[in-house]
Write a protein that binds this ligand. Structure first.
Ligand SMILES: [Zn+2]
Length: 114
């Protein structure tokens, strides 16, 4: 089963224009039909709502917006820099710090509101 992070999440494929259920989403958070990145409509414990993508560190770059599950949408950090050292990604987040990610770890990237 796919791991959920926010208390309320709805999954949609932006290309197929349908709501996706767990089994039709791949482990990399792509649509099982067309491989598009799944759009996640997420609401945190305080009722703040944003749309997000779950992306691996190889898929993000400077200026992407990252939300850390621990803080909900109260704090959204832009990426300053991504570097790769051996197999570990070092991602510098504005107003936070550098976080290390394994290649298969997922970042919650804010793409809009709803
Ligand atoms: Zn699709």
């Amino acid at each position: 089963m796919i791991p959920t992070i926010f208390p309320h999440e709805i999954y949609k494929c932006p290309l197929c224009s349908i709501t996706l259920q767990g089994p039709s989403i791949t482990e990399q958070w792509k649509c099982g039909t067309c491989n598009s990145t799944v759009t996640i409509y997420a609401e945190d414990h305080e009722g703040r709502r944003h749309t997000i993508n779950r992306l691996r560190p190889s898929e993000v770059s400077e200026d992407f917006l990252v939300v850390l599950p621990i803080s909900g949408f109260q704090h959204i950090h832009s990426i300053i820099d991504v570097t790769k050292e051996d197999e570990v990604y070092r991602i510098a987040l504005r107003n936070y710090r550098v976080k290390r990610y394994q290649p298969d770890e997922l970042l919650n990237c804010v793409i809009g509101g709803w």
